[in-house]
Each structure stands twice: as C-alpha cells, then as structure tokens.
Design a protein. Structure first.
Length: 555
C-alpha cells in the first residue's frame, strides 16, 4: 500500500514541479546544545532525516550554538549519540559558531546601510518600548545614531570594552509592525563567557533569530522546517534573508509543522532542567524523563519511537497525542523482539509435597511470536515461588488463580492443587503446600497434559533463581497537561509514587542479560536491563505494561 504524503512532502513536490533542481534539495536538523533531546525532537529528527532519504538529498546536523551561558560540550555529545542511536547519519556536522565571522561582518553591513543601530538602553527600557500586540511600540532614543557612532560602539563591544547589558545591536525595522518580533529585534549582545568551541575569541554573540536563517542560507538549505511556534518568526527570517541573499543562490524556505505534544509530559528544556536540578528525577536519563536518553534507558527502541511519530503524523495544527499511542508502539515492537521470562516480584512459597526430584529441566518457548527465537531450559523443583496475589485462602467468586482445594497450571509445567497453608505468628500465609499431577506435564502428549484448568500462573524454582531489583515506573505527573503549569507548581502535580522498587526472583538466564536488553516478564509487562545492571546486582526497568495503563486515573 502506497504511503500517503504529508503537507511538507506536497510542498517539496510542488517546488520540484515548478522547476526546483532536485539535486539542490538540502535539509538540516538544527538543535541548540543547551539540553538533552526529548520526544518532541524525535519528530523533527525523523521528519528531516526521512525526507533526506526519500528525496536522496543531503542533510546537515547543525548546532545553533549562540549562547555560551547555557551551552555545554556534554549536550553536543549527547545529541550526536541520540541521533546515531536512532540509526540516522548526517552528511555534515556544522555549527553556527562556524559562521560568527561572516555574521559579524553582515551585521556591520546592516549598520552601514542604516538598517541596524546600537541601543544603549537596558533590557527593561527596551521591553517597555515594545508596545503590545494591539498598540505600536515607540522608537529608541538611540535609533538615529550616526553610522560612524554605531560602528565605533559596536567595534568597542566586539573588543570587550563594555560589560553585558551596556549596549546591544538592534535591527532597524518597524516599531509599529503588528508582528512584535519585527519591532527592532536585538541581533547582538555582549556575553563575557567562554564558548564551548570558539573559546574566548568573541565577547559579542548573535541572537538566535539573526543566526538561524542566515546559517540556513550559508549552508544552502532548501527547506527550513520548524515547529509552529516559529511561524511568527517567518517574517523576520525572511527580512534577515532579504539583507544578504544573492539571487543566484538558493533562498531557504521556512515552513512550519505542529510540534509533538504528548499527554502527561513536558517538553520544555527549561522545565526539564528544573526537574533535574531540583532532584525530582535522577538526571536527564531518568527513565521517567521524556528525553531520548531517558526513553532509551526505559527500554523504548528506535523503531518504536519512529513508528510513534509516524503514526502521530505531520500536521499543520497543534494537537495532543495520547501517551497510550506511544505505549502501543512500544508493545507492538517489543512483542516481536522480546523473549518471555518468568519473574516473581512479590513471592509466596509453594511446596509440592509429592514431588521427589531435586531438579527437573523443562523446555519453554522463548517467544511464540517469533519462530526463530527457539526455547530455553528452566529448572523445576519441589520448592517454588509464585506471586503472592496469585493465592487466596478464602477467594471471592471468579477467582481463577490458586486457592485451597482448587487447581491451576504452572506455565510450561504441571497442574498443581493447593491443600494446606502455613502461617507466621501474624496469621499471614507464608507457604502453601500443594500436590502436583505428574501426568499433566505441558507438552508431554498425555491426555492429562491437555486437561483444562481455568488459571495459569508463572513461577520460579526457589533454589534455581536469581535475585532481581525491579523498578516499576508510572507517569511522572498527575495531570494530563503538565505543561500548563509553572515550574513553581510542579511539586503539586508530581506523582510521588512514580517509581517503586521491588525485590524479586527471576530465571537464572537473566544473569547473562546485557545492559539495555529487553524482555517480557510473563503476565507483568516489558522490562529492560538497566544500564547500571551487573551480574552481581540485576536491575530491570519497566518499559510498558501488557495493556494500556493511561486510561486509568492517576493514583
């Protein structure tokens, strides 16, 4: 079935029909290295890189590194790691800081052509003159400075003779424009801080709006794709291009698409940083974080994330995508890939009083969805563990698990019957004595092996298991729209039970698991071996349950 095209593809196709040379198509992914990439960035990454594949075009990874106060090398490294993990390759790795010399030269040209001026007001004074969306702004008293005076002060700004905030360079556009971004925007400011790449060469730095479009032009990007919040910036993007564009070169075309807004999630870097710095989470790669590194540690695969953004689609209008769609894509992906293992998280002891063997090896299928996954040997013995919730001494009606006098099948093993309980001094059941039907062994071919009982339970052999730490994750916020809250209100909507630590028992084969390796724990969900997991301390993070959990109300 042929894939239907999104509106961005239709725009590109129309440009090609109008004569644009396909060989000159070029895309870019332009992150700011001031934080870790999140689920929203996945949409932009997939869109740009898949377009490059579809049209056999080149794509740049360009870091818009214009603010040394917030940018760090660790973010650059993390961004590259995330994109590689998503199995994408870029043609050129570029940086806006590569263009600081030409951007500075173009800024001086603006001054010379009387399209920029140095403003000596402070930021509060400039803001007060901006006006409102319904009222025009007022001109700066420095707006008509002479070209020579502007050049002199700008040169002194560049040489470090002024401190931050004393002067800024502003474009001279229109203080009465209905688009407030066109009301003489700042294009250069003084920041006396070492830059991750240019070090101490510069003390004046270009603003993002001035840098972004001009960098697209320098790189000859054909289609500059960005999210809808940048739509008001398009007029300014084009004005800046008007000042430098050569008619014989490609003029980048900015087009906007709806960002990926996910329920129960925030994607503001500022708010994510707040969560990290205030210890609401254990770092940027905490499995509760919507960062790519957090999702990776949680157990989401590149294929699941790509499928999710493709299903979410590329739209022109903002909308909210339900978390259940992300979970569905994860389940669909993991169901095909994951071996099934048995892990008991809250154990109660089972003793088979009529079982005499010290150990028996049973053959269990690894993944019924994958015929090539094979099988494994699992130890069975007299002393077992099952989940505590799978036994009730006095069950209600329609309780189809283990209870006194009733039978259940142990997964891949035998049918057992509960006969007696052993309690502690608190009158709590700590052990259930059972008998097993030796003729009911799964897969043996005997009539008894086909005998039907209503319940099937997973289990672990007490003497042939390993200790595991299990981290059960729930949503981080108790509100479906946490982005609507200020950071000061986060503490009121954070789910204090978003992570629970459990100690259980699992199959011995888990000792061979590699960090990042996923499994399905039968009847529980999908889990991944944590990056910190070792043979001496096995740690598993819950990726997603076996069914949709987001239709439930928060705890």
């Amino acid at each position: 079935m042929k894939k239907s095209k999104n509106f961005i593809e239709h725009i590109i196709d129309q440009d090609l029909r109008n004569g644009f040379d396909k060989k000159k198509l070029r895309f870019r992914f332009p992150p700011e290295p001031n934080g870790y990439l999140h689920i929203g960035h996945v949409k932009a990454i997939v869109l740009n890189f898949e377009l490059a594949k579809e049209y056999s075009a080149k794509i740049n990874l360009r870091f818009d590194d214009t603010n040394p106060e917030k940018e760090e090398q660790k973010y650059i490294d993390a961004i590259k790691k995330d994109i590689k993990w998503l199995n994408y390759k870029w043609d050129e790795e570029l940086y806006a800081s590569d263009y600081f010399d030409i951007l500075h030269s173009w800024a001086k040209d603006l001054i010379t052509s009387q399209k920029a001026y140095v403003d000596s007001q402070n930021s509060d004074e400039i803001a007060s003159q901006k006006g409102t969306p319904t009222e025009p702004g007022s001109n700066s008293p420095y707006r008509e400075r002479s070209v020579d005076e502007n050049l002199l002060i700008f040169d002194k700004m560049t040489s470090g003779e002024y401190d931050s905030g004393q002067h800024v360079l502003r474009a001279k556009i229109d203080m009465s424009s209905p688009n407030m971004l066109m009301r003489d925007p700042v294009i250069y400011r003084v920041i006396k801080k070492s830059h991750p790449r240019t070090k101490d060469k510069w003390v004046v730095y270009p603003m993002y709006d001035w840098t972004h479009g001009e960098s697209d032009y320098i790189e000859q990007i054909s289609h500059s794709l960005c999210t809808l919040e940048f739509k008001p910036h398009r007029e300014l993007y084009d004005w800046f291009l008007d000042q430098v564009v050569d008619q014989n070169k490609i003029r980048p075309k900015q087009r906007e698409f709806a960002r990926l807004n996910l329920s129960h999630t925030i994607t503001s870097k500022r708010k994510l940083l707040y969560l990290v710095e205030n210890n609401f989470v254990d770092g940027w790669d905490d499995p509760r974080m919507p960062t790519i590194s957090g999702l990776r540690r949680r157990g989401y695969s590149p294929d699941a994330l790509k499928k999710f953004v493709q299903k979410a689609g590329v739209a022109k209008r903002e909308n909210i995508i339900e978390m259940s769609l992300l979970e569905f894509c994860a389940r669909e992906d993991l169901n095909k890939k994951c071996n099934r293992l048995m892990v008991v998280q809250n154990p109660i002891k089972i003793t088979l009083t009529n079982y005499s063997l010290e150990e028996e090896k049973l053959d269990l299928i690894n993944n019924p969805e994958n015929v090539n996954a094979g099988s494994r040997k699992v130890s069975f013995s007299k002393h077992l563990y099952i989940e505590k919730d799978d036994f009730m001494e006095n069950p209600p009606k329609k309780f189809f698990r283990l209870s006194l006098g009733n039978e259940v099948r142990l997964k891949g093993a035998y049918i057992i019957k509960a006969n007696n309980v052993i309690k502690n001094d608190k009158d709590e059941v700590v052990e259930v004595e059972c008998t097993y039907d030796p003729k009911s062994k799964s897969g043996s071919g005997s009539p008894e092996s086909q005998r039907k009982v209503k319940g099937t339970l997973h289990w672990i052999s007490q003497n042939h298991s390993v200790n595991v730490e299990i981290r059960e994750y729930e949503r981080l916020f108790n509100d479906a729209s946490p982005g609507d809250y200020d950071m000061s209100e986060f503490k009121n909507i954070i789910n204090t039970e978003s992570v629970k630590y459990l100690n259980g028992y699992g199959e011995k084969i888990l000792q061979k698991s590699l960090p990042g390796e996923p499994f399905q724990f039968q009847r529980k969900g999908y889990y991944v071996s944590d990056l910190s997991s070792t043979k001496d301390k096995l740690i598993f993070n819950k990726t997603v349950g076996l069914r949709d959990n987001y239709k439930k109300k928060p705890v």
